[in-house]
Design a protein around this ligand. Structure first.
Ligand code: AMP
Ligand code: ZN
Length: 464
């Protein structure tokens, strides 16, 4: 069956034709490991995981590379501000490497909780300084870069076209542009490939231009080329990467070998919180561990992300998560009921349902439409293991572990609450119901709710 993706490069939905007819090569811009990954970051990672799973459903094998940015990503996303790693290191009184290690570990824990497959290749920027340096040297040799007293810049005037991925109008932008910090830059859109390190800079390497460090964009170009070749199939990332990071990756690749590195560019839209931005000042920056603390299986969030196409904004509310949590239970129960069913089902009916699901996922990963078919199967009046088998097949794309019991992955319930929970358990064992109720109330007043279930009890954080 044909597969279609929306390509940011052509602004069209296009039939997917890989370079190699068996193995698809993908590059995803990974995290800058200087802070916790939010549920917003994880939406982008879920989208990328669905892409992987859909490609596999279509019979492809994958060579998927994802980088870990542990140097060079400046606070502005452009050429201004401190390196994000160094800023956190200073604030947390640690070394940049300690910061990188800590947040990388947490990132992979989140991927595991969300049943996101680890890409075949994980590459760390600081392990590829040599490749980046070679890339920049080649750009200088090809006449696409120039040196100033502070950095080596990419010269966008040497390109036949810039930008090509975004709709940026350079002339309009120039008119309203603020004065650039580096007056030696030929154009405000020239960007740093390699930055000369000030005296006390923490992360720096020897180079033909003295002690210095890489810019953010060069790492993806250098690692993409190293692991996937000059041209590969798909490049992914969040929508915010289009106008700067991805535009500049394309520029670098054109300067180096005259080619656009990927044929298809796919971008995931943003997650909103209660209709607005997620921000520290609003106190609404949520992490996967916050879902766990409130007693939700992280896969509830994965299912929630299917309520909207990856190219549309998705609005997060706790009410929606509560409702999705019930949906996940219904989905799992539906699967079990089919598994135990004895009704006869025509193979043709199964085939048609499978085709409808396949069409939905092949239509630019249309997960809301795919979920429509999933629910149609779950709700079938006839109960049959054939439907269960079909749902299990769908779950290779959904990644919801529908055959497994919902995990109770609460973490970090404070010790004080756990002690009260234990006292309540003892009260119940000695049938002191009044004391048990009193303790439940006390626990509730401290922001936690106890639910007695047939498998024991669940503790979840509630809004006070
Ligand atoms: P940041 O940690 O803010 O630099 O984000 C890392 C990447 O995660 C960004 O490049 C985005 O692609 C993605 N991202 C950040 N915030 C969100 C969000 N609210 N929704 C979806 N993706 C996001
Ligand atoms: Zn990147």
């Amino acid at each position: 069956m044909d597969l279609y993706f929306y390509n940011t490069l052509t602004k069209k939905k296009e039939k997917f034709v890989p370079i190699d007819d068996k193995e698809v090569r993908i590059y995803s811009c990974g995290p800058t490991v200087y802070k916790d990954a939010t549920i917003g970051n994880m939406r982008t990672n879920i989208f990328q995981d669905v892409l992987r799973r859909v490609l596999k459903y279509n019979g492809y094998t994958l060579k998927h590379a994802m980088n870990i940015t542990d140097v060079g990503h400046l606070v502005s996303d452009g050429d201004e501000g401190e390196d994000k790693m160094i800023k956190t290191a200073r604030e947390e009184h640690k070394s940049p490497m300690e910061i990188a290690e800590y947040y990388t570990k947490l990132f992979f824990q989140d991927l595991e909780l969300l049943n996101i497959e680890t890409p075949e290749i994980i590459c760390k920027a600081t392990d590829h300084i040599k490749e980046m340096l070679e890339y920049v040297e080649k750009l200088v040799e090809n006449g696409y870069a120039y040196e100033t007293s502070t950095a080596i810049y990419f010269d966008i005037s040497k390109l036949d076209k810039y930008p090509i991925l975004s709709n940026l109008n350079l002339e309009e932008q120039k008119a309203g542009a603020r004065v650039d910090v580096d007056k030696e830059k030929k154009s405000p859109y020239d960007f740093a490939l390699w930055i000369k390190a000030p005296e006390n800079h923490l992360m720096k390497w020897d180079s033909p231009w003295g002690a210095s460090y890489p810019g953010w964009h060069i790492e993806c170009s250098a690692m993409g080329q190293k692991y996937l070749g000059e041209q590969f199939d798909i490049h992914t990332g969040g929508i915010d990467l289009i106008p700067t990071h991805h535009e500049n990756e394309i520029a670098q690749s054109k300067g180096r070998c005259g080619k656009i590195p990927a044929n298809y560019w796919m971008h995931g839209e943003y997650l909103l919180i209660d209709g607005g931005k997620m921000s520290k000042s609003l106190g609404n920056v949520y992490l996967i561990k916050d879902l766990c603390q409130r007693g939700y299986d992280p896969l509830v969030y994965r299912l929630f992300s299917y309520s909207c196409h990856y190219r549309n904004k998705l609005n997060f509310t706790w009410e929606a998560i509560e409702a999705t949590s019930k949906s996940l239970e219904r989905l799992k129960n539906g699967y079990q009921m089919h598994l135990e069913g004895k009704d006869n089902v025509d193979d043709e009916e199964i085939k048609q349902l499978e085709e409808k699901f396949h069409q939905a996922i092949n239509d630019d990963l249309n997960m809301p439409a795919a979920m429509g078919i999933v629910w149609e199967v779950v709700r079938m009046e006839k109960k049959s293991p054939k439907f269960a088998e079909l749902l299990a097949k769908f779950d290779t794309v959904l990644g919801l572990k529908i055959g497994e019991k919902t995990k109770n992955v609460q973490t970090e319930i404070p010790e004080e609450i756990m002690q009260l929970v234990e006292q309540r358990k003892q009260a119940r064992e000695s049938k002191d119901w009044a004391k048990s109720d009193e303790l439940r109330e006390l626990i509730k007043n401290k922001g936690y709710e106890i639910k007695d279930t047939k498998d024991g009890m669940e503790i979840r954080k509630v809004e006070l």
